[in-house]
Design a protein around this ligand. Structure first.
Ligand SMILES: O=C(O)[C@H](O)[C@H](O)COP(=O)(O)O
Ligand SMILES: [Mg+2]
Length: 312
């Protein structure tokens, strides 16, 4: 097993690393921030990469926000960005449903388990949907619900897809509706299947753990449209006209970000230690992926520039 090259503090190696690539695909949760806390030096490091002529694309599995909402978050946190350089799993899912899946016209509605990010991206692709943040689903199930879901009178006949993502309001009622749509043949999709969500310097239930009950009930895995899936990499390559050999994936999670970069045959992968994965994870004999490089934190890439030390 090849060992990743540790770059932190090695200015010559960092310089050489940066010059290998034209594009950096940057994961967000666990790399740029945890919740609304931006890791130290990240804004300066992004500007440093851009000053070196590098393209920065934010590639996040977090489907709770649309590209526009992420621009607001970036701006509010002092990071310059625009919607064209943000590629989230909600957007990836919306374009997959509207342009690839092509649901039958009489079965083209999506039942959403997730937040507003999914709804806004489905709207941007003119994909009809129900569920999501609808307050009608944020309540306990009633005996009338059991009857109406069971006999179908509370179900919408044109739902042909169930899409699950990170949902901070998941409940038995939503899962009951989703189960019935799946039992009636709806396509089972997930924005992503991350097991945990890095937040407040700790871990919370991830999108994958929200949708897992349905996978268990149906004995079926959803098609996931985020990292590490091929569909997302192909969509990113097409949109940004990438040279994969000159592109590096930077992330905090081995089974999404680093696997995404390796299986996508990118020129390189860089792990950071501010999120989910640690060196012990890739040193394990059953490691799901091993990064080519790693640093303690993203800002290590620009530290020497910020420190004013002479670049070698
Ligand atoms: O549970 C989730 O959806 C993920 O943990 C989370 O949102 C990952 O976001 P990323 O690290 O890809 O920015
Ligand atoms: Mg992450």
């Amino acid at each position: 097993m090849t060992k990743p090259q540790y770059l932190t503090g090695d200015n010559a190696a960092i310089n050489e690393f940066i010059d290998r690539f034209d594009v950096f695909l940057l994961d967000c949760d666990g790399v740029i921030w945890t919740g609304d806390h931006v890791f130290d030096g990240v804004p300066e490091t992004l500007e440093f990469l851009r000053s070196r002529g590098k393209k920065v694309v934010f590639v996040t599995n977090n489907s709770t926000k649309s590209r526009q909402e992420y621009v607001k978050k970036f701006t509010g946190l002092g990071i310059q960005s625009n919607a064209e350089e943000i590629f989230g799993s909600a957007y990836s899912s919306a374009i997959y449903i509207s342009r690839i899946l092509k649901l039958h016209p009489f079965k083209n509605k999506v039942f959403v388990i997730g937040e507003a990010g999914i709804e806004e991206e489905l709207r941007s692709e003119n994909v009809p949907f129900i569920g999501g943040t609808d307050p009608a689903f944020r309540r306990d199930i009633t005996p009338e619900d059991f009857e109406g879901i069971a006999d179908g009178s509370l179900l919408e006949p044109d739902v042909g897809c169930v899409l699950t993502g990170l949902d901070f309001h998941i409940n038995y009622l939503k899962l009951s509706h989703a189960l019935q749509y799946l039992r009636r043949g709806a396509v089972f999709l997930a924005t992503n299947t991350d097991s945990t969500f890095p937040m407040a310097h700790n871990f919370f239930p991830g999108a994958g753990s929200i949708g897992k009950p349905l996978a268990y009930m149906m004995n079926q895995q959803p098609v996931a449209l985020g990292k590490p899936g091929k569909a997302m990499m192909d969509a990113i390559e097409g949109k940004f006209e990438l040279d994969r050999a000159r592109t590096c994936m930077v992330g905090d999670r081995l089974n999404t970000d680093i696997k995404f970069g390796i299986e996508g045959k990118l020129g390189g992968t860089l792990a950071v230690l501010t999120g989910v994965s640690k060196p012990a994870d890739w040193e394990a004999k059953d490691a799901v992926a091993v990064p080519a490089f790693y640093v303690d934190k993203l800002s290590d890439l620009g530290a020497f520039a910020q420190g004013g030390a002479q670049e070698t």
